[in-house]
Design a protein around this ligand. Structure first.
Ligand SMILES: Nc1ncnc2c1ncn2[C@@H]1O[C@H](COP(=O)(O)OP(=O)(O)OP(=O)(O)O)[C@@H](O)[C@H]1O
Length: 319
């Protein structure tokens, strides 16, 4: 369905959802440009899956205005379903069928004629490196292969928008890189990608735009670079040769943090040259030689630490 009011792939304003007495989404707003990779990042239980369920017609909102491919998932779920592919926690994989049969089932659901279905199935098997596993049951697949089959099934209906709910959770580092390439290729093909993830690196690698969800609120939104620039997370680490040098440096650089075992000081502030020059000048005046210096720019980890209530629940990828 063509959206006559805007060109956005997804528009959400004032979205609220409660399960019993638990407020899961407390009024969230965001929009997704067509062809973009939008990353919804948040710790366990933040409400990411609930958002995907509502946008993909699998759950109903309590209130809010939602448009997906121009259609309202509440009043026009059919139009939304015909425009989207959903993968992840709602995977439709049937373990009693082979990979190829699973794809054929999806082709039937989308009413593709026999020859179109045959071509599409063989294209998707090849594209997702599943041709040699086509006649095997998905129960024998690795985690990464299952995810690839899941995405292939989600693409059978040629969706405009694909929802990838935590596409690399439980996938090994190599499988994760493969999935990242797949996601980039989807966007290159013009498909809008709505991705949820607990992995900071994944959002940083893939997303054009990130919404940071915490406890049912969007606590920050922007490009990965904007988010990193929005917080004072960077620091300079200085190492010294002796504990006595460290003590003099600590007294010279007020407000620094001391790490005895590493004979190091951490001074907050990122890669600002004037700031760095000032630090080195003060140490020079105090006649303290610096053994080593490193600059730490803020990353999404810092954004998380600064903005969410549950930083330690967010996982770092085993890159
Ligand atoms: N059908 C439901 N009935 C009751 N509570 C639910 C239901 N679905 C989700 N919740 C609760 O809503 C909260 C948000 O869940 P949701 O699955 O959206 O979080 P999430 O950000 O996707 O987390 P995860 O990374 O663990 O999947 C959780 O506390 C969860 O227990």
């Amino acid at each position: 369905m063509v959206n006559q009011h805007s060109n956005l792939a997804i528009e959400v304003s004032g979205l609220r959802k409660k399960y019993g007495q638990q407020h899961v989404l407390r009024g969230i707003d965001f929009s997704v440009e067509p062809g973009a990779i939008f990353g919804m990042l948040g710790p366990n239980g933040a409400g990411k899956t609930t958002t995907v369920k509502i946008l993909s017609t699998l759950a109903s909102p309590d209130s809010g205005r939602i448009r997906v491919a121009g259609a309202d998932p509440v009043s026009n779920p059919k139009a939304v379903r015909s425009a989207i592919g959903v993968t992840g926690q709602f995977s439709a994989i049937d373990d009693l069928l082979t990979g190829e049969e699973n794809l054929r089932l999806m082709a039937d659901l989308h009413h593709l004629d026999r020859s179109t279905a045959r071509t599409r199935i063989s294209d998707l098997l090849e594209r997702f490196d599943l041709t040699s596993a086509a006649k095997k049951k998905p129960s024998s697949y690795s985690g990464g292969m299952r995810r690839r089959l899941d995405v292939a099934m989600g693409l059978m209906g040629s969706p405009q928008i694909i929802f990838l709910d935590e596409p690399t959770t439980g996938v090994d580092p190599r499988g994760r890189k493969t999935m990242w390439d797949i996601v980039r290729n989807l966007a290159e093909d013009g498909i809008t990608v709505f991705l949820t993830t607990q992995y900071l690196e994944e959002a940083d690698e893939l997303a054009d735009h990130i919404a940071l969800l915490d406890d049912g609120h969007i606590v920050a939104e922007g490009t990965p670079e904007e988010l990193k620039a929005s917080i004072p997370g960077g620091h300079i680490e200085l190492r010294f040769n002796t504990q006595s040098d460290l003590t003099i440096a600590e007294n010279t650089l007020r407000g620094s943090e001391r790490f005895d075992s590493e004979i190091a000081l951490r001074v907050s502030g990122g890669n600002d040259i004037t700031h760095l020059r000032g630090i080195l000048q003060k140490l020079d005046e105090a006649s303290v030689p610096v053994a080593n210096l490193s600059i730490h720019s803020p990353d999404l980890d810092d954004v998380f630490l600064e903005l969410t209530s549950q930083p330690n629940q967010t996982k770092r990828a085993l890159a």
